[in-house]
Design a protein around this ligand. Sequence first.
Ligand code: SAH
Length: 469
Amino acid sequence: MVPLLVRRALLAAALGSAGRRRIPRHHGNRPPPGAAPLSPGPVPPRPAAPARRSSGAGGQEEAEGPSRATAMLRHLLLKLRATGPVTVAEYMREALTNPGQGYYTRRGGIGESGDFVTSPEISQVFGELIGIWYISEWIAMGKPKAFQLVELGPGRGTLTDDILRVFNQLASLLSKCDVSIHLVEVSPKLSEIQALTLTGGKAQSNPEDKSAYMKGISKTGIPIFWYRDIQDVPPGYSFYLAHEFFDALPIHKFQRTEKGWREVLVDIDPEVPDQLRFVLSPSSTPATENFIQPEETRDHVEVCPEAGVIIQRLACRIEKDGGAALVADYGHDGTKTDTFRGFQNHKLHDVLKAPGTADLTADVDFSYLRKMTQGRTATLGPIKQREFLKNMGIDFRLQVLLQNSRDTATQEQLLRSYDMLMNPKEMGDRFNFFALLPHHRLADPDKKHKPESKSPIAPVAGFGELLLK
Ligand code: SAH
């Protein structure tokens, strides 16, 4: 196999060559179920979307805002009065995923008309290239007879929908492969939207099965299952996907003081009624003992143990059953300090104000994720989104779409969404791609036994330069 050529061939087969195709997408008018997903048609112009995580107070927010904020705040005030200060992780968990009032549980406002926009919502090309990544890995790993695509925190289901369109376009390649989709989602509201996006509304709750709470069939005939926890997903050869998932998980925050490390906690402000404030733990806590490394040089550190546990699970599963994981998120490699922030109405928002009405997020520490794989898998990255997408052939794809577009408005829209994804000042440098792969995927077994072997190991798409021939 000549992998780079194969990758180009995949790109052409899945996405169409110049003069042959175009993929329409505009909000609220995605290709209907059963429609030829890659049929020629105009790419409709879409208004420029704000870079992700610009939480907007939409109509629903205005209608519900004050009373809902009060309900969540009241709940937290009662809790704090009863138990004393809570960790930032506990506060974040409540604010985002409390079953009654959490931001994700209640709102799920992702997309132009919602609270914040993510890469898959900006351009379908993003999901298509990720679909190609999985197919390319599936080929490199010897085309196993079955695989599960497991997405963590699928939002509106847009990314998986775009990936499934690529799978459908490559149906002849995948004809002997048993593919199933497994979505891990805690928000009932978002899972409903995902079901609508992916199945056209043909999903049912699944009370007889204790693990999957909902199931359905995709518009292209692939079974889909919903779970609340990665542990509920059945074992098996799996490709995992986590886009803007880890940054939404609760973090602990620590501050170095003259007396040693202290944990940052959330408490009631005694000076201002019904207002929250940060305080430092009076002494060390179990978290300061467990999460701060002796060699730490920073003065402020954020740790997301839940992300560590999930990565550990993914690494164990990949080591045991095979597959790969692709993680894309805001992040750093163990260098940043205070990244906890809230967004509302396209602006930075005080993280302690009106909990439950704003998106709370913290940059992902990829060095921590790498450490938590415990060497069970190899890791690649993090590399910047613009490098990953370039390596995956986004420029080639853009040229095809531009050549096929019928009007300047469409071309401008294409260029605008490309800029959002690729410009270093937009999402190009802020987002990173990181992968978990079985060790054997990166080490040539032939080399060990036959050092003279000339067969090169297939490079992993996206993490190396794409040379189009
Ligand atoms: N991947 C999507 C959505 C990102 S927003 C996109 O890029 O557009 C974060 C997603 O993770 C939402 O779907 C949210 O409901 C989900 N989520 C947050 N915490 C979760 C948890 N602990 N378990 C499962 N899903 C969670």
